[in-house]
Design a protein around this ligand. Structure first.
Ligand SMILES: Cc1cc2nc3c(=O)[nH]c(=O)nc-3n(C[C@H](O)[C@H](O)[C@H](O)COP(=O)(O)OP(=O)(O)OC[C@H]3O[C@@H](n4cnc5c(N)ncnc54)[C@H](O)[C@@H]3O)c2cc1C
Length: 432
């Protein structure tokens, strides 16, 4: 019987893996490859802060799983994984409802020989009082669009000229990691664009942005020489950066910090910390950690089941030679997907599986059109600092690499050309 590979989660890692396995094992008939996702379309998660600010129209950059499956010789199943039976080798999918709440696709089970779990992560509010109720998150396209709509609504109300409508908006962003600082810069840019389009009753300087960070500096996970210039640029843009300020409570009016400050905010975004989806916790006896990530070995097989692999943000993969895990980044998901293409082929052929070693190629932070800062790392060149235009080009190339993995070089070039032409005919900001 044909080997059945089921991949759950069509994100930065899972979709690349399904596409590449489909084009090889699927096309040759060596294996049947099935991708399962809770949604019908994919958008690369690192673009979500641009969707929130309105500088990117998510409908232009989304990919439809049904079409991608057809073009790349794999099957697609719509559904949210909720459970697993390791003995019968089945995953359970919940029923999917349409926009009116009626059942669209029923609950069902899928059989596998090799299962790959790549369901990503969501933001971790660490149970902070009021955060879930009053903050917006940037985990999905829907959430990013909701933020954009709320921001735009303030501008539209003010534009309508009602005297009582406020002409100042306070935005608070919790977390000065990459998402928080990039969102702050994108919002600053959005304020200028909105004014340029005539929605200028809220002046650019009256979109007040505060970034609140519990740690001692911005970008705590990256080297100081990246954090320093980013901090300076944010301050130059008029963004208030509060460090050593852990948020202890969120209310409708604003945020309280453990050191006694109160930050008044109309729009509040939580962009600090991650955790894997809750259903992974003790999933039919698989080992998981305190943030629900599945514990895996360097082969990316789960510690208690050789038939089940996990990778990307939802996996706790030890980083060889250190006491740390591989960081939850698109770069790691991409590398692991590339290795798993080889691993699954080796598994079917009964060969020894390769082991994953994280290669840090550096980090790039894009501060909208204002600046980009980062470092590139390689075996020969060591670590090279980049800033400005060149850093921005490398930043954009990360997304282009993801597109090449999904569409191939020729179609990626066509997409780039299409978006360049579109720039002349569409507003620079999404205004609806
Ligand atoms: C705003 C933002 C900016 C970022 N910027 C960067 C950056 O600049 N550089 C960088 O390296 N990283 C960045 N990241 C992190 C990066 O996006 C993640 O590390 C990466 O997307 C992880 O890939 P993944 O395949 O593990 O999961 P994801 O890309 O999150 O994909 C998970 C998929 O699983 C699906 N899914 C979830 N649960 C289920 C379920 N139960 N059943 C079926 N399907 C399910 C989801 O619909 C999704 O399609 C950013 C993240 C955010 C939120």
């Amino acid at each position: 019987m044909t080997h059945r590979i089921v991949i759950v989660g069509g994100g930065a890692g899972g979709l690349e893996l399904a596409t590449r396995l489909g084009k090889t094992l699927g096309k040759r008939g060596t294996a049947s490859v099935t991708l399962v996702d809770a949604n019908l379309t994919h958008i690369w998660k690192p673009l979500l802060h641009e969707v929130a600010a309105g500088s990117l129209n998510s409908y232009e950059d989304e990919l439809n799983y049904v079409a991608q499956a057809k073009w790349n010789h794999f099957q697609f199943q719509l559904g949210r994984m909720t459970g697993l039976n390791r003995e019968t080798k089945q995953i359970h999918l919940a029923a999917t409802a349409d926009e009116n709440g009626a059942e669209l696709v029923p609950a069902r089970s899928l059989d596998y020989d090799s299962l790959v779990i790549a369901v990503g992560s969501t933001t971790n509010d660490f149970g902070t009082q009021g955060a879930a109720e009053h903050c917006l998150f940037l985990d999905t396209r829907k959430q990013a669009e909701r933020f954009h709509q709320q921001l735009l609504n303030h501008y539209l109300r003010a534009h309508a000229g009602q005297d009582e409508s406020p002409t100042q908006i306070n935005v608070a962003i919790v977390g000065a990691g990459a998402t928080g600082v990039e969102l702050a810069a994108e919002l600053h840019n959005a304020a200028h664009e909105l004014a340029a389009y005539g929605l200028g009753r809220i002046k650019p300087e009256n979109l007040r942005i505060t970034v609140i960070e519990a740690g001692p500096r911005v970008l705590p996970a990256l080297p100081e020489r990246i954090g320093g210039p980013v901090h300076k640029t944010l301050e130059k843009l008029g963004v208030t950066v509060l460090t050593n300020s852990a948020v202890s409570e969120v209310t409708a009016e604003g945020l309280h910090t453990a050191n006694g400050q109160f930050i008044s905010a109309t729009l509040k975004v939580w962009a600090a910390g991650i955790r894997a989806p809750g259903f992974l916790h003790e999933l039919d006896g698989l080992e998981s950690n305190r943030i629900n990530q599945l514990q895996v070995r360097p082969t990316l097989q789960t510690t208690r089941d050789d038939n089940i692999f996990a990778f990307g943000d939802c996996a706790a993969c030890p980083q060889k030679g250190t006491d740390r895990n591989v960081p939850p980044r698109a770069q790691a998901a991409h590398q692991q997907a590339s290795m798993l293409v080889k691993s699954l082929k080796a598994r079917i052929e009964g060969q020894v599986l390769p082991e994953y070693k994280y290669q840090d190629y550096g980090s790039l932070i894009s501060l909208s059109s204002f600046s980009a800062v980062g470092n590139l790392m390689g075996n020969l060149m060591g670590s090279v600092m980049l800033e400005g235009w060149l850093a921005r080009m490398f930043y954009i190339s990360l997304y282009r690499m993801h597109q090449v993995a999904l569409y191939g070089m020729f179609r990626t070039l066509m997409l780039m050309l299409g978006s360049r032409i579109g720039r002349g005919t569409e507003p620079r900001m999404k205004l609806h």
